[in-house]
Design a protein around this ligand. Sequence first.
Ligand SMILES: [Zn+2]
Length: 93
Amino acid sequence: MQNIPSHQIDIYPMQIDNMTDIIDMASDREQLDRENSLRAARRAAERELLSDTGRCHFCDEETLGIGRFCDADCRDSWQREQAAKRRSGRSAD
Ligand SMILES: [Zn+2]
């Protein structure tokens, strides 16, 4: 029969909580770094791909000099399309 001193029982859950917090923070940070570098790489790739033609790159509407897309929906759709292309290109390797 094991005798666990009562003070150990008291601090044990707290130690576990702290450890989980630290691990959570570390993986949050890691994920953030990864997302940031992914985003930067994606932005650079899109900058190369997209020249300012005065027309939406997704639906071909005139953007009247406000950018490469007529609105955020088109930009998001275009990004999704590019992501899908990247995915299919990668799986074809
Ligand atoms: Zn558009």
